[in-house]
Design a binder for this molecule. Structure first.
Ligand SMILES: *Cc1c(COP(=O)(O)O)cnc(C)c1O
Length: 400
């Protein structure tokens, strides 16, 4: 189910994961079935024994899910992928596959809130200990590694501060330790960054975000580099049960066809908006990988092909200013999540990163006044007009 690997990324977005199906459809049919008939008792037995290839039961494998998995594996430059019911199911599958009681994990402080919570609660309960460090600082990563470190887990740009970590250098540290480097690539998508090209062992995504891109699916995916890892992860996922379903896989596969186009527009719009916000008197600080003021701007240029669609700003007037902003946007919608065609704003301290607790938030640079913006693909002048009138409301409150 692989398209020609020599073609360019835009072409792969359209053609990856598509193979031949009965009646010759140009897109994979939705095999909305829980189970598959065997030709005979012998055939069924040979499928279970792994002697013959074929489908048995949708939790184990399904052609529509597999088509989407193959497409993303190819876009990431990986070997195979595993579709999961959500991004968090993907994160759980990775930790359940790679760690056991007594193991240690090094994780970025700036990661998706529930990932921190998973490590601090469920993984901890099963005897896996985690050290959280600022992975954009290599010496902190080095210092955190212990003899029992099995996983180094990085998000770059990190959520929501957008700090950038040096994947190539961290992958060297991981290799020395015989640990796996796992990268959550949700914020960049394979259109902008391929962590495996910089030495990552495992890449995961929340499909809910840029890959699907239309805010109508919850899903996740894990991309691996070799058959042995694939088989091991597939067994774990089959036991955990957190698989994606055929219909959502179909929607994600459809979304991927426009990934390249969408990411281009997300990047263009976000760059213009970030430059506009940076000059605005009410903006106290801003983080966007495409601004020269970003502390790892140069590293970003080497690591990703575009700065993405995510911006975080801290307004002068802190929490109250952020509150006014979120209550007065009209075109931007006040909602968590990101990476869809529509622009969204949200407040990490009271929303996505609330469950972490204030102490962990501040360690990750998530102050109370931080607002996270997911820039969509609308006309950029319309978006700026909305922000302009929103910030006028903030100005009226005279919080400074
Ligand atoms: C949303 C998100 C997740 C979790 O994905 P769900 O699909 O919501 O479970 C994980 N990592 C990042 C960076 C995310 O943005």
């Amino acid at each position: 189910m692989k398209s020609n690997s020599k073609v360019k990324f835009e072409t792969k977005c359209v053609h990856s994961g598509i193979s031949e199906y009965e009646y010759g459809p140009v897109v994979p049919p939705i095999y909305q079935t829980s189970t598959f008939k065997f030709e005979s008792a012998e055939h069924g037995a040979s499928l279970f024994a792994g002697e013959k290839k074929g489908y048995i039961y949708t939790r184990m494998l399904n052609p529509t899910i597999q088509a989407m998995e193959d497409a993303i594996a190819e876009l990431e430059g990986g070997y195979k992928a595993l579709g999961c019911g959500s991004g968090m199911a993907a994160v759980h599958t990775v930790f359940a596959s790679l760690t056991q009681s007594g193991d240690h994990v090094v994780c970025s402080t700036a990661v998706y809130g529930p990932t921190t919570t998973l490590l601090n609660t469920i993984m901890k309960k099963y005897g896996v200990e985690t050290t959280f460090v600022d992975t954009s600082n290599l010496s902190e990563v080095k210092r955190a590694i212990k003899p029992n470190t099995k996983v180094i887990y990085v998000e770059t740009p990190g959520n929501p501060t957008l700090s950038i970590s040096n994947l190539e250098e961290i992958s060297k540290l991981a290799k020395q330790q015989n640990a796996k480097l796992v990268v959550d690539n949700t914020f960049m998508s394979p259109a902008l960054q391929n962590p495996m090209a910089f030495g990552a062992d495992i890449v995961l995504h929340s499909l809910t975000k840029f890959l699907n891109g239309h805010a109508d699916v919850v899903g996740g995916i894990v991309v691996v580099k070799d058959e042995e890892t694939y088989q091991h992860f597939r067994k774990t996922l089959n036991q955990l049960g957190g698989v994606i379903d055929p219909f959502n896989s179909f929607l994600v596969h459809r979304g991927i066809k426009t990934l390249s186009l969408r990411m281009q527009r997300h990047c263009e719009n976000a760059q213009i908006i970030a430059e506009w916000l940076e000059k605005h008197p009410l903006v106290k600080s801003i983080s966007f990988p495409g601004l020269k003021s970003h502390p790892q701007y140069e590293l970003g240029l080497k690591q990703h092909k575009g700065a993405g669609g995510m911006i975080t700003v801290e307004l002068a007037g802190g929490l109250e200013a952020g509150r006014i902003m979120m209550n007065s946007v009209k075109l931007f919608q006040l909602a968590v999540s990101l990476g869809g065609v529509e622009s969204l704003v949200q407040h990490p301290a009271s929303m996505t990163h609330f469950s972490m607790g204030k102490e962990a938030r501040l360690a990750g640079g998530i102050t109370d006044g931080l607002v996270r913006i997911s820039v969509g693909i609308e006309n950029v002048n319309d978006l700026i007009s909305d922000l302009e009138s929103t910030l006028r409301e903030v100005e009226k409150a005279k919080l400074r």
